[in-house]
Design a protein around this ligand. Structure first.
Ligand code: UDP
Length: 314
């Protein structure tokens, strides 16, 4: 039986990946230090013999006994509010954590995947973003701790690939949403859903004209699985190219939740907030035969079912 180590296992994406690898018949080791993760996301896996949970901070030496075939490094604070509050942990998990896990991959002969991000493109001057674009990142801005950690992560992963022959994969993840997102993580979708359900103001930053492209989590997991099983070592964008403004997004959530008390509440735009973001997924289409299947209407409905359970009206 193939064994996979997933870091950030108790987080939003990590937990969905654990589910997928369990469904594919793997033995799954989920690792997390729970600074942003929540065991509730993987509690249902604890009774399974093929699932193990290790409570560990991967920026310290990582030991896993026995064989290991795959490592997916998905641990990191991932929302702008998280990395403002945890700048050092964000830098360490992307740099020291990645180094430790690459060492583990080398020792075990395991295939290694990093969760990279559209943030490597910064506030992009090329639109939509192709993998060949090198980005426009402010290294000392508030988002720099995340962006530069992820850029370092790509660099060290490529170095281990080239110099040590480690099999590596890099997925550049664009905005993703779905059940198990943390209600208070500050990202736009959990913020808007919880505000709409409670009948509060939806905090639209700036004039709401900035754009994002939102991918439903099941689509993302499928893309990640295909990339891991492919033989392609360069970065691949995985995301949904359907682009909208933040204001349009607020209106869609208002219409779905339909709470007459909710309204739009303009707030200042955070520093270095990217003005536009849309993945070019030509590579994913050609190399992996992948493209998203869920449109926003379907994805938002499924996600609303989750937020209805975890957020109570005021
Ligand atoms: N945003 C917003 N209100 C919020 C949270 C976020 O208007 O309460 C905006 C934010 O300024 C950004 C977009 O929504 O332009 C996406 O923000 P998020 O924090 O979800 O992730 P990002 O894509 O910036 O990493």
């Amino acid at each position: 039986m193939k064994k996979v180590l997933i870091t950030g296992a108790a987080g939003f994406l990590g937990s969905h990946l654990c589910d997928r690898f369990i469904a594919e018949g793997f033995h799954v080791i989920g690792m997390d230090n729970l600074i942003t993760g929540d065991l509730a996301n993987i509690e249902h896996l604890f009774p399974l013999k093929r699932f193990e949970y290790y409570h560990h901070d991967v920026s310290k030496f990582v030991h896993v006994p026995g064989d290991l075939h795959y490592i997916l490094h998905f641990a990191s604070p991932a929302s702008p509010i998280d990395y403002l509050q945890m700048p050092i942990q964000t830098l360490k998990v992307g740099s020291l954590g990645t180094h430790n896990l690459l060492g583990l991959a080398k020792a075990k002969g395991a295939r290694f995947m990093i969760a990279s991000t559209s943030e490597v493109y910064g506030d992009p001057l090329v639109h939509p973003q192709v993998e060949e674009y090198w980005g426009n990142v402010n290294p000392i801005g508030p988002r720099g701790v995340y962006d530069e950690a992820k850029r370092f992560q790509e660099a060290i992963t490529m170095a281990y690939h080239r110099y040590h022959g480690v099999e590596t994969r890099m997925v550049r993840i664009f905005n993703t949403y779905g059940p198990r997102m943390r209600v208070n993580d500050g990202r736009v979708l959990p913020a808007f859903f919880s505000q709409a359900i409670r009948g509060e103001g939806l905090t639209v930053f700036g004039n709401g004209e900035q754009t994002r492209s939102f991918c439903y989590c099941d689509d993302l997991v499928e893309g990640i699985y295909r990339l891991l099983m492919s033989d392609y070592a360069d970065p691949v964008n995985i995301g949904n190219p359907s682009e909208i403004t933040v204001m349009q997004f607020a209106k869609e959530i208002l219409a779905l939740v339909n709470n007459p008390k909710a309204f739009i509440d303009y707030r200042p735009l955070p520093v270095d907030d990217p003005k536009q973001r849309q993945p070019d997924i030509t590579k994913a289409r050609e190399i992996l035969g992948w493209e998203p299947k869920f449109n926003r209407e379907e994805g938002l409905k499924l996600t609303y079912e989750y937020f209805k359970k975890v957020v109570k009206p005021a």
